[in-house]
Write a protein that binds this ligand. Structure first.
Ligand SMILES: Cc1cc2nc3c(=O)[nH]c(=O)nc-3n(C[C@H](O)[C@H](O)[C@H](O)COP(=O)(O)OP(=O)(O)OC[C@H]3O[C@@H](n4cnc5c(N)ncnc54)[C@H](O)[C@@H]3O)c2cc1C
Length: 460
């Protein structure tokens, strides 16, 4: 059967594909969008939106439990209705999912296929029973939870970031394997809902990409809420037991295991590139399966681009969306935007959040650049104290010669918003003195950033 011809095919309706489809269709191209499952992809359906929604529910539980500290009497014990938490989450995410789907379906010049896409050649894609072809193909296939090959994993029921969001009962004891961003967000939320929670991390500290002071403060905050943290778990194995699952963490067989009712695996992501027929198109991937792209997100095959998590250049919604902007700018606007213009920035949405931009202190050290550092505990940030949320600290690193900001970490209330005044000055390539002389609103967390920058010391 002859393939149906389009000008462009977009595979995956995640965080880059739909917006690009919109621009391509606007440019007069006849566009096909192929989505095999849920419109909006990971972020909308089992990533950012649902997790931030349940984190909001967990925050309310935490505040209700600590209401007395604020002079508020919330009589009775705080109970979580997981069915209601789930229903709230669903109602928030469905608005996004349905909005994206109906936007694409109603789009002029756009045909939507709800099938799994697989290449048959560099220009032809099979979608279910049909074949479609185009000279321009854009991959936005995202990723999924990695299931590690650890002993016992095939014999026990485990949760991933997708299935944990479907729970309607509160786990008695949740063991979270993996002490990084996704694991920590779920761990704190479920502890606040009322579960006993243990984080099991193979490495010597949580969030190993971060500086040690950040990791240790995160651990303190979590432990203060009653979360057990087991580090250096070198020999993790999982065993069925009457109470649920026994998680052995050390190589010493006599050491006490963690006995959990539920186990969440949060040990990284893998790209959805193994079942895409990339070999038929000749598209190169790296050893982890990430599609190799250049600075404009072009693959090695002319006419095929890869955006979002599947290219390994970012692992966030904002990086996937920025990939769309880069492809659209180069292809449609004659604007030479590049991935290498992007400054690394992200947040871990525990409470208080960790917000990061640019280099860590360790990276600055390793670069050998002469640098300055400014720090401030959140106990010396008026707004944090007033809110009763004074855990954490902020630190900013500056290049001694150019006076440009190299990076910052804000682990503290509203850090996820306050970081952007630093990010924007970094994008402006302006010296740190620009922020130091700016007048910020009182009382905010951001108002102390000029103060931190006014008290820089040499980085030793
Ligand atoms: C628990 C969790 C929390 C997160 N929280 C945040 C956060 O707070 N902030 C943040 O920035 N990021 C967060 N992320 C990361 C964020 O969700 C991803 O970086 C983002 O969704 C990546 O977007 P994408 O467009 O690359 O892929 P995706 O959103 O994964 O979309 C890919 C789409 O492609 C479809 N697809 C795949 N293969 C095929 C095929 N062969 N044929 C047809 N369709 C296909 C999939 O069904 C999917 O809809 C979180 C992730 C997780 C797991």
């Amino acid at each position: 059967m002859k393939p149906q011809t389009f000008d462009a095919i977009v595979v995956g309706a995640g965080q880059a594909g739909p917006s690009l489809a919109g621009r391509l269709a606007q440019s007069g191209r006849k566009v096909a969008v192929v989505e095999r499952k849920l419109f909006g992809g990971t972020c909308v359906n089992n990533g950012c939106i649902p997790t931030k929604t349940i984190i909001a529910s967990a925050y309310v539980a935490h505040k209700a439990r600590t209401a007395k500290d604020y002079g508020i009497d919330v009589s009775g014990s705080v109970k979580t209705d997981m069915k209601a938490v789930k229903a709230r989450k669903e109602s928030v995410l469905l608005k996004s999912r349905n909005g994206i789907e109906s936007w694409l379906r109603g789009m002029e010049n756009c045909t939507v296929f709800t099938e799994h896409a697989r290449f048959e050649s560099p220009t032809t894609v099979r979608v279910g029973e049909q074949r479609i072809e185009a000279k321009e193909i854009f991959l936005n296939v995202g990723g999924r939870a990695r299931v590690p090959d650890m002993p016992g994993v095939k014999e026990i029921p485990f949760l991933t970031n997708t299935s944990i969001l479907e729970l309607e009962e509160l786990p008695r004891h949740l063991a979270v394997v993996g002490g990084s961003y996704i694991g920590i967000e779920f761990a704190q939320a479920f502890r606040r809902f009322g579960s006993e929670v243990t984080i099991i991390e193979m490495g010597p500290r949580l969030t190993q990409r971060e500086d040690e002071d950040v990791s240790s403060t995160i651990k303190e905050i979590l432990e203060k809420e009653g979360i057990h943290v087991r580090l250096n778990a070198e020999c993790i194995s999982l065993h069925d037991c009457p109470e649920g699952v026994e998680v052995h963490v050390t190589c010493d067989e006599d050491a006490a295991p963690t006995t959990a009712s539920h186990v969440l695996l949060a040990v990284g992501r893998v790209p959805n590139t193994d079942d895409l027929g990339l070999d038929k198109a000749g598209v190169a991937v790296d050893k982890h399966g990430y599609i190799q792209v250049d600075d404009q997100l072009r693959t090695n095959v002319p006419g095929i681009w890869a955006m979002g998590d599947c290219n390994g250049k970012g692992a966030f919604t904002h990086t996937a969306y920025n990939d769309f902007e880069i492809v659209a700018a180069n292809l449609l606007d004659n604007d030479p935007r590049r991935v290498s213009d992007r400054i690394t920035t992200y947040a871990l949405f525990m409470d208080p959040p960790l917000a990061r931009v640019g280099m860590t202190e360790r990276e600055v050290h390793e670069s050998g650049k002469p640098a300055l550092i400014g720090t401030r505990p959140m106990t010396k940030v008026g707004r944090a104290v007033e809110k009763g949320e004074s855990d954490g600290f902020m630190k900013v690193l500056v290049d001694k010669e150019s006076k440009r900001i190299l990076g910052a970490s804000i682990l503290g209330t509203s850090g996820d918003e306050a970081i952007h005044c630093i990010t924007d000055v970094m994008y402006a390539r302006a010296p740190y003195t620009t922020i130091q002389r700016a007048v910020h609103i009182h009382p905010t967390v951001s108002e102390l950033i000029p103060t931190v920058l006014g008290d820089l010391k040499p980085l030793e």
